[in-house]
Write a protein that binds this ligand. Structure first.
Ligand SMILES: *[C@@H]1O[C@H](CO)[C@@H](O)[C@H](O)[C@H]1NC(C)=O
Ligand SMILES: *[C@@H]1O[C@H](CO)[C@@H](O)[C@H](O)[C@H]1NC(C)=O
Ligand SMILES: *[C@@H]1O[C@H](CO)[C@@H](O)[C@H](O)[C@H]1NC(C)=O
Ligand SMILES: *[C@@H]1O[C@H](CO)[C@@H](O)[C@H](O)[C@H]1NC(C)=O
Length: 377
């Protein structure tokens, strides 16, 4: 008994010495340790303990002339009259690449079908595809785009190269275009072309919010206290010279988010005095927002990266799901089937759907879509 006790004490002692050693090694190399966990700890501590992003004003502010000269490319295709004279509930930008002809076609015949939305839901949603120029694309692609645009009249193209590192230019395009041509739309959404948007569910929520006269709305899948990525091989790599701090301001995943008209106007204003040379578009939106006092709100049915599980109880509530290319028609069909509506109504319906969603969302599967909280809302 005595021996045991001594041994336990010795173990504890060694453990403490070891922990101290590791901690001091971490402390000494704090800046050099480029480790996922460490950067998240640093970033979270910054976000939740200090939570001051005043440096952003200072570090990103530039003159009006310089700010407006960024992204000031001529339009190659445009439809300034898209919203004119109409009571637009939602202006829906879809960020697409020039060569994604098929994706656009599928979207037009499913969740982005404006005729369907108008007929079935009784509201006006304007779908606009935004793009730059295909790198090494040549004239053939541009011709094909013009043909497509003559039929559908829904492409807006600006003369910058459509690349990952130019996504912030696409963000500027959306907010500036919305300001110039559709400022009266009550909500503005931005979505990727591989996202599935359950437009009927979204429209129902927006109608309620609109009737309540909501303002200051920015919803999506929120990233809070995200650390800048310092690994040079990552496409999200952020050099220290451009962003020195350990945490980004809060922002929503660029895959899909919605803002109210007043927020869209404020973000537009912010783009007139900030340096948009920052290439990660959704983080840049967070930077714009914090300088005008807007913060994002988490909506549990906006997915971050993953696909939502396929189940009527999910379909009844889902807003966005990410990573859909080949299954959009199928998903549109099953997610808008009449039997989905009201599946969770009544005591037993609610019990059933809560159980199903706990099973689908609350266990650590490979899926990364809605959080467990969604099971209870
Ligand atoms: C940034 O500046 C604007 C106006 O100059 C001010 O309203 C805002 O509060 C500032 N934001 C921060 C985070 O200091
Ligand atoms: C859009 O929906 C309407 C009405 O439901 C339908 O007639 C039309 O064929 C659809 N458009 C496409 C491109 O599928
Ligand atoms: C962004 O577009 C501009 C204008 O077309 C081009 O000069 C630049 O190389 C592009 N940047 C990147 C990183 O692709
Ligand atoms: C904007 O930011 C870029 C990248 O950090 C920098 O090179 C450029 O000088 C800045 N522009 C202005 C006008 O400060």
């Amino acid at each position: 008994m005595f021996m045991n006790f001594r041994r336990v004490r010795k173990c504890k002692f060694l453990q403490i010495v070891f922990t101290c050693f590791i901690l001091s090694a971490l402390m000494l190399n704090w800046e050099q340790v480029d480790h996922h966990v460490v950067s998240h700890v640093k970033s979270y501590s910054y976000r939740y303990l200090i939570n001051s992003y005043e440096f952003i004003n200072h570090s990103f502010s530039i003159s009006h002339e310089k700010a407006t000269s960024i992204g000031n490319f001529p339009y190659l295709m445009d439809h300034k009259d898209t919203c004119r004279g109409q009571d637009v509930l939602l202006l829906l930008f879809i960020k697409t690449s020039p060569v994604h002809f098929l994706r656009r076609q599928v979207i037009r015949s499913t969740w982005g079908n404006q005729t369907y939305i108008n007929r079935e839901l009784g509201v006006i949603v304007k779908v606009v595809f935004v793009m730059g120029i295909q790198p090494n694309g040549g004239r053939a692609i541009q011709k094909q785009l013009q043909t497509e645009d003559q039929i559908h009249r829904d492409l807006v193209q600006q003369a910058f190269l459509d690349t990952f590192h130019n996504l912030t230019l696409k963000l500027l395009l959306q907010f500036r275009w919305a300001h110039a041509n559709c400022a009266h739309a009550r909500f503005v959404m931005s979505a990727d072309d591989d996202v599935f948007v359950h437009v009927p569910n979204l429209v129902r929520e927006l109608q309620v919010l609109s009737n309540q006269g909501v303002a200051d709305l920015w919803i999506g899948h929120v990233h809070r206290g995200a650390p800048p990525n310092r690994r040079k091989d990552s496409k999200y790599y952020m050099p220290f010279q451009i962003y020195q701090w350990s945490s980004y301001p809060d922002y929503t995943a660029g895959a899909g988010y919605v803002v109210s008209a007043d927020v869209a106007a404020k973000i537009y204003q912010a783009t007139l005095s900030l340096n948009a040379s920052f290439h990660i578009d959704d983080v840049f939106m967070g930077i714009c927002a914090i300088t005008v006092g807007v913060s994002p709100q988490q909506h549990v049915y906006f997915s971050g990266e993953g696909k939502a599980p396929y189940h009527p109880c999910i379909f009844e509530k889902m807003i966005t799901s990410h990573g859909h290319v080949d299954d959009v028609r199928y998903l549109w069909k099953v997610a808008t089937a009449p039997e989905v509506n009201g599946i969770s109504s009544g005591f037993f319906g609610q019990l059933y759907c809560t159980a199903v969603k706990i099973k689908l969302l609350c266990f650590p599967y490979f899926l990364n879509s809605y959080s467990c909280k969604a099971a209870f809302s």
